[in-house]
Design a protein around this ligand. Structure first.
Ligand code: SF4
Ligand code: SF4
Length: 62
């Protein structure tokens, strides 16, 4: 429901922790050694997308 959520491409993610530290909703967690967005918490603010150094996060709303 609502806006599309941020998504991490696990093939690109370098596990740098950047997105996890900047997310205001604490919506990014570790899953299998990669970042993973919890759709229940994500408010589609796009901060993580702008933060990721390798462009591993995408979203439709931005
Ligand atoms: S879009 Fe915003 S709320 Fe959603 S995971 Fe990224 S930083 Fe967190
Ligand atoms: S900022 Fe990008 S590379 Fe770093 S943990 Fe998040 S998705 Fe992975």
């Amino acid at each position: 429901m609502g806006k599309p959520k941020a998504k991490v491409d696990i093939n690109k993610c370098l596990a740098c922790c950047g997105c996890i530290s900047v997310c205001p909703q604490d919506a990014v967690n570790w899953f299998g050694g990669k970042a993973f967005v919890n759709d229940e918490k994500c408010i589609s603010c796009a901060i993580c997308i702008r933060t990721c150094p390798v462009g591993a996060i995408s979203g439709e709303v931005y």
